[in-house]
Design a protein around this ligand. Structure first.
Ligand code: GAF
Length: 370
């Protein structure tokens, strides 16, 4: 394993453990996680591998094969920048339970595709430290600790979706997660058995204002819930009555969250019934709601979704936080090339940078490699 070779070359010994954690796509249930709602992600085959040996002096030495150079030396009190803060954040959350480490990182999540490479990094490191120090954290506790690192240390007010997917997913399954109770169930997702493939369309665009808009959406949802007198938008039972009490953006955000939670449940119902081909309509509806009510799509995502459906996809939607990143399209295998051609042609017509296509098969969540 090349991460082990890099570890040995930098630190002069073998690592005590090696863990891998994946990125994710979200099949449906977007922006519902921080509204105590439902999500249905699956892990992608790309992830982050962390080779680690604990230290006892509080020092964190860190290198990445994707950032060539000497190892960076930090402590859990340092406000680091860039990718290292996701690692330091995990140490900061673990506090006195850990006393530094030597770490080598290798990652193959396509950069900037919105497939949660940062959650994969947090979960790989947290899982390895949990294992090395016998902390006894469950995979969900590892996910929660990683989310806290991102909220409190990195300063991104994300929900639990990405970290839970990275920590808990199983190969060949999607993860149905109730973000309030944290009850989760792995749902079989055998697309190939239905002659289908899930195509990731990476727009290769990341809009700079994404983080600010994310925090704004979250605040709007919390404000709407307060006005409605419910703990979270998940608790809205009478949508028409709720919409009557709200105006403007808060009205639109509520519309999305309430209907999106229903779409997650409907999609699970279809999967249970074996009607996998039929989930496409729900993917399309989710995208329209994210575009028009939640307003987190982008021209590149909209063009990708429209062109994918025109090219023969059963359904398509943006996935993840939005404002760039990736869309997913549910495509009959025999239509894959026609969908790719349709999207490529539409991008050229709009003068967009060519997209990247990645086939996504549901992969395994965090696990020990050595
Ligand atoms: C980002 C966040 F990190 C998740 O918590 C989630 O809210 C997602 O956007 C939208 O569903 O990936």
């Amino acid at each position: 394993m090349r991460v082990v070779e890099a570890f040995r070359a930098a630190y002069g010994a073998d690592p005590q453990t090696v863990w891998r954690a994946p990125g994710r796509v979200n099949l449906i249930g977007e922006h519902t996680d921080y509204n105590d709602g439902f999500v249905l992600p699956f892990a992608v085959p790309w992830g982050v591998t962390a080779a680690i040996t604990p230290r006892t002096d509080g020092t964190i030495r860190l290198l990445s094969l994707q950032a060539p150079g000497e190892p960076v030396t930090l402590t859990s009190h340092d406000q680091s920048a860039g990718w290292t803060r996701y690692v330091v954040g995990v140490f900061a959350m673990l506090g006195e339970r850990v006393r530094g480490a030597d770490i080598a990182i290798d990652g193959d999540v396509p950069p900037g595709a919105g497939l949660s490479s940062s959650a994969a990094l947090e979960v790989a490191v947290a899982s390895a430290l949990n294992d090395l120090h016998g902390l006894g954290l469950t995979p969900m506790e590892v996910a929660l600790l990683s989310q806290k690192a991102e909220n409190d240390f990195v300063g991104m007010p994300c929900g639990i979706l990405d970290q839970a997917a990275s920590a808990l997913c199983e190969e060949g399954h999607a993860l149905f997660l109730d973000c309030r109770s944290l009850a989760s169930r792995n749902i079989p997702l055998d697309l190939a058995a239905h002659g289908l493939s899930m195509l990731i369309i990476d727009t290769q665009v990341h809009h700079q204002h994404a983080d600010g808009e994310y925090a704004k959406r979250r605040a709007e949802c919390e404000s709407a819930a307060r006005k409605l007198g419910v703990p979270a938008l998940r608790d809205v039972t009478d949508l028409a009555a709720a919409l009557d009490q709200l105006q403007g953006d808060e009205r639109k955000r509520t519309m999305h969250i309430v209907t999106e939670n229903h779409r997650v449940e409907a999609l699970i119902g279809l999967l249970r019934a074996g009607a996998v081909t039929e989930i496409g309509a729900l993917l399309n509806a989710s995208h329209l709601s994210l575009r028009d009510q939640y307003e987190v799509s982008s021209p590149e995502l909209d063009v990708a979704v429209e062109a994918a459906v025109r090219g023969g996809a059963r359904g398509a939607r943006m996935t993840g936080g939005g404002f760039g990143g990736s869309a997913i399209a549910l495509v009959p295998v025999e239509r894959l090339s026609s969908v790719e051609e349709s999207v490529t042609a539409a991008y050229a017509e709009h003068g967009f940078q060519a997209p990247r296509f990645l086939p996504a098969t549901p992969a395994r969540g965090a696990h020990r490699l050595a």
